[in-house]
Design a protein around this ligand. Structure first.
Ligand code: PLP
Length: 441
């Protein structure tokens, strides 16, 4: 076991370095050790009985919990302002668990349409095949969530900063509708860690692909689910039988009752003790260690990503080969209001733009890049670029591509933390090369 510091700070810069761990009691190590073990000594049979009957928490088996992973969970829960977090093998695993903890065959959830493609596939196909219907609504109209909900709706879902549109999700508005109807709001905050704090706006559960900014170094795939502890499951017990009815997979435990001495962790505990235990998509201790390394510098990196991306967006807006730039810092009207409400810590690192020369120009631009990497990822410390119409969104019809905001000449950048001048120089040479191509033609 590790020693936990008494931390009074509410500052994310401090929490990212200290929350959940002070030093290893055996060796004194101040870096979080990697507990690369499958199992833990249960000690006496009495101790085993108490652990398995949840009379006390402790390490049993790494599929369910692990001391290295536990520090990451405590740290992210402290940063986000939640009551309990759970690490998973990937962002996709975190999203799946966030829903299957409360929805079963015959139930539905209502989700915004502006989603990462993998989440769209999970919702439109895999959850559907499991009997969970996902009703998609336009997030620019928050009331659409109310209209799509019924007595079988178990959650609302949205992405804080969905790309390519980059218009923040109306967290407050949808969370309020959820409070009225007794439906929790789950928010995927992958693209906006620290710059948006979804719990401050009323969200009930936050999920992350830690693969992106939280890791930051592009080395590891992982996910997190964080429970705010603020949703009143007991008040809406009829809507949530997985928490309010005896759970046959845990000798009839009623999760809402079981957690009464422990605090408001019914959702997080069911997610771990039942869903993670049974589906097995746990994070490896080694990856938890990698994410802890990334997390230490996340506050610094998010500031730098936002600063560089703001400048790149302005640079692109002035470039003659670029017809449109999509970036939160350039919005007007209602979209700007949403940016000012939700992105209080910066605009993030994502920038989209359209090239006058369509798909041909988009492909030529990517091929000319020398510093920026051509990859499908976002949130790396390095700057990244991709031409979505021929890659991430290639399988969609042109109509669906356009609905998602992907035009033939659209390029997505995930602006990194290199020196600004070098990023701009690489974009300049790639864009200027397009001008020469056009002249030659
Ligand atoms: N959510 C968002 C917003 C993403 O961008 C991604 C991946 O690109 C995911 C979830 C899925 O994460 P992972 O690749 O870690 O499963």
């Amino acid at each position: 076991m590790t020693t936990t510091p008494t931390l009074t700070s509410k500052h994310v810069e401090t929490l990212a370095l200290h929350a959940g761990f002070r030093s290893d009691p055996t060796t004194g190590a101040i870096a979080v050790p990697i507990y690369q073990t499958t199992s833990f000594d249960l000690g006496s049979t009495q101790n085993a009985i108490e652990l398995f009957s949840l009379q006390k928490f402790g390490n049993v088996y790494t599929r369910i919990m692990n001391p290295t992973t536990d520090v990451l969970e405590q740290r992210m829960s402290a940063i986000e302002g939640g009551v309990m977090a759970m690490a998973l093998a990937s962002g996709q695993a975190a999203i799946t668990a966030s829903i299957t903890t409360i929805a079963q065959a015959g139930d539905n959830i209502v989700s915004g349409t502006d989603l990462y493609g993998g989440t769209w596939n999970l919702f439109a196909h895999t959850l559907k095949a499991m009997g969970i219907e996902v009703r998609f609504v336009d997030p620019s109209d928050p009331d659409a969530f109310r209209r799509a909900a019924d007595s079988k709706t178990r959650a609302f879902f949205g992405e804080t900063l969905p790309n390519p549109k980059l218009v923040p999700f109306p967290i407050q508005e949808v969370a309020l509708i959820g409070e009225e109807l007794g439906i929790p709001l789950i928010v995927d905050n992958t693209a906006a860690p620290l710059i948006c704090r979804p719990f401050d706006h009323g969200a009930h559960v936050v999920v992350y692909s830690t693969t992106k900014y939280i890791g930051g170094h592009g080395t590891s795939i992982g996910g997190l689910l964080i429970d705010s502890g603020r949703f009143d499951w007991e008040k809406h017990a009829d809507r949530f039988p997985t928490l309010s009815q005896p759970d046959p997979s845990y000798h009839g435990t009623v999760w809402i009752d079981a957690v009464k001495p422990l605090g408001p962790i019914a959702y997080a505990l069911k997610a771990r003790i039942s869903v993670l235990r049974d589906t097995g998509a746990c994070m490896s201790p080694f990856n938890a260690f990698m994410f802890l390394q990334g997390l230490e510098t996340l506050p610094l990196r998010m500031r730098e990503h936002s600063r560089n991306a703001d400048s790149i967006a302005r640079f692109l807006a002035d470039h003659p080969s670029v017809t449109k730039v999509i970036h939160p810092g350039l919005f007007t009207g209602e979209d700007k209001r949403r940016v000012e409400t939700y992105l209080t810590g910066g605009n993030g690192g994502l920038v989209g733009f359209e090239l006058a020369g369509g798909a041909e120009a988009g492909l030529a631009f990517i091929d000319r890049l020398q510093l920026l990497h051509h990859v499908a990822n976002i949130g790396d410390a390095r700057s990244l670029a991709i031409h979505p119409a021929t890659s991430t969104h290639q399988q969609l019809t042109e109509e669906r591509q356009l609905a998602a905001g992907v035009t033939p000449g659209y390029v997505r950048l995930s602006v990194g933390i290199e020196h600004y001048d070098d990023i701009e120089a690489d974009l300049t040479q790639a864009l200027d090369g397009l001008g020469q191509l056009a002249k030659a033609a």
